[in-house]
Design a protein around this ligand. Structure first.
Ligand SMILES: *Cc1c(COP(=O)(O)O)cnc(C)c1O
Length: 375
């Protein structure tokens, strides 16, 4: 194609789309690995068989069995549940329903999940940020001061990529300051790893609360593309106005319903226990590595750690086929890499690769150093 043609197509595109940097998903970033620990997926594929065969018919917009089972699982009413093509679609539906392009803004607190800004910018809605404090707690006065024109606040808890829960008192403070002004979406993509921390019990108190959920993480179904938005029926009804007529294909609804049946839930809870055990093992081993400066607590299926020479560490493991997620560019996360909890064998590969790498000031004499026993 000639440059001239390319240019004119560029000129036809909406300005915010021309300027958009698309989400750098783990898949888009590529890599030639055999140990994939960069997308917070579960390491082993669950097995399902399709039971639905009515592929000649359009699917239900909100398949009743999926809605009812998710409502029972989450402890809410069916009219408080919306199912969509992943939680990512829920993120976008909220913006489409509540934000006027070119006028309203969303607000979120980096370091956090990247899709809030990508969705806002795609739609032409300003993405405003209020950085989290150094300890990753929310900067409440700064959030309150930045609320002018904000229609939607996203808070991710437990947060991706840091792994920490947001203090419930801070979540409540955000809900109080936004009453009558903005929707607050609490992203609970990882809540199955700390189920006691869910805020779904607050729905009655806060008509402007939305909770985002997914089958991609603890349910091991990232390839299914199925997520949920929980909210009061009035909020859900607004999202129903902007959702596609058939957001879930028949096979997706079929498998989601199976995953949410009692046996599916039991398997999920077993998986969570196993991931948590592997996470504790990985954290202990990371703490023994010279190149690791800090390992952060995690309530999720990943661990964030700060490394000496993190770019070299990332590349070293990449070249061995071990693909991690570099979080070094996020505010406050210089030197940080995120490691998904894979199988014990995969995590052993990570540790084996990290152990020979040097720390900041390799000591010349290594006697009396219990940390070197393994070398
Ligand atoms: C993975 C993830 C999502 C997206 O979930 P999908 O259902 O796969 O679209 C949303 N929010 C956070 C914080 C995530 O980590």
């Amino acid at each position: 194609m000639s440059d001239e043609n390319t240019l004119s197509i560029q000129a036809l595109a909406r300005q915010n789309v021309r300027e958009l940097t698309p989400y750098q998903s783990a898949r888009r970033l590529g890599g030639n690995g055999d140990v994939w620990l960069n997308a917070n997926e579960y390491a082993i594929a669950p097995q399902f068989e399709l039971t639905a065969q009515t592929f000649n018919r359009y699917p239900e917009c909100q398949p009743a069995l999926v809605i009812n089972r998710y409502a029972a699982y989450a402890g809410v009413d069916p009219e408080q549940v919306l199912v969509s093509r992943g939680a990512d679609e829920g993120i976008e539906l909220l913006i489409r329903a509540f934000c006027e392009p070119g006028k309203d803004a969303i607000l979120y607190c980096p370091p956090t999940y990247g899709m809030y800004s990508v969705s806002a910018e795609t739609i032409g809605v300003q993405a405003r940020t209020v950085a989290a404090k150094a300890d990753w707690s929310l900067d409440l006065p700064a959030i309150e001061a930045a609320l002018d024109g904000v229609k939607l606040v996203y808070v991710c808890s437990p947060n991706n990529p840091t792994g920490n829960l947001i203090d419930p008192a801070e979540l409540r403070a955000v809900l109080e300051m936004t009453r009558g002004r903005a929707i607050v979406a609490i992203d609970e993509a990882y809540i199955e790893f700390c189920p006691q921390a869910t805020v779904t019990g607050w729905l009655q108190e806060y008509p402007h609360l939305a909770v985002l959920r997914t089958l991609s993480k603890a349910f091991a179904l990232a390839g299914l593309r199925c997520g949920f938005t929980l909210g009061n029926s009035e909020l859900i009804a607004l999202l129903m106005k902007v959702i596609a007529p058939y957001p879930l294909s028949t096979p997706v609804a079929d498998i989601a319903a199976q995953a949410l049946a009692p046996e599916g839930l039991a398997i999920m809870r077993q998986r969570v226990a196993e991931v948590s055990e592997n996470r504790a093992w990985l954290m202990a081993e990371l703490n023994q590595c010279d190149c690791v400066e800090q390992v952060f607590q995690s309530e999720t299926n990943y661990v964030l750690a700060r490394f000496t020479a993190s770019s070299a560490v990332f590349k070293n493991l990449w070249d061995q086929g071990i693909i991690l997620r570099d979080q070094n560019k996020q505010p406050g996360l210089s030197g940080c890499l995120r490691i998904t909890i894979g199988t014990r064998q995969e995590l052993q590969r990570v540790i084996d690769a990290l152990q020979p790498l040097p720390g900041a000031n390799p000591p010349l004499i290594e006697q009396n150093s219990p940390r070197k026993e393994h070398m």
